[in-house]
Design a protein around this ligand. Sequence first.
Ligand SMILES: [Mg+2]
Length: 141
Amino acid sequence: MDKIHEAEKATQEENADKDTMLRFMTALDDAIKVVHKRNHKWWISLETGEPIKRNVGELLMLIVSEVAEGMEGHRKNLQDDKLPRFPMITVELADAIIRIMDLAGGLGLELPQAWYEKMQFNYTRIDHTRAHRLGEHGKKY
Ligand SMILES: [Mg+2]
């Protein structure tokens, strides 16, 4: 394949990727609303039914705990106990995503937009290039 065709193919692929990410961003925005609506019970007082202010640090650590559970499942090669057709790591990562989405919904974070922009930013980062990573202080993983 000549250089022009390679460049055209790369541009088409980048445009297709961008289109996929934009569609996901829209879907993520909608899904965050659904997740937060379904988790509404965690954002109101059990006693009064009034909205409560959640502890953001606690919610962030609950996300970490799901990731840690996923690590244990992977480390021990376990199937999930609630959805046994899936490996535990898969279900725990799903839990982490759910918690992240609920937090984003609860705090009104622009997560879909930030996700899209960070994907674009990371794509062109010098410190993520092979040459930089092979350098003395480059990121090895
Ligand atoms: Mg879990």
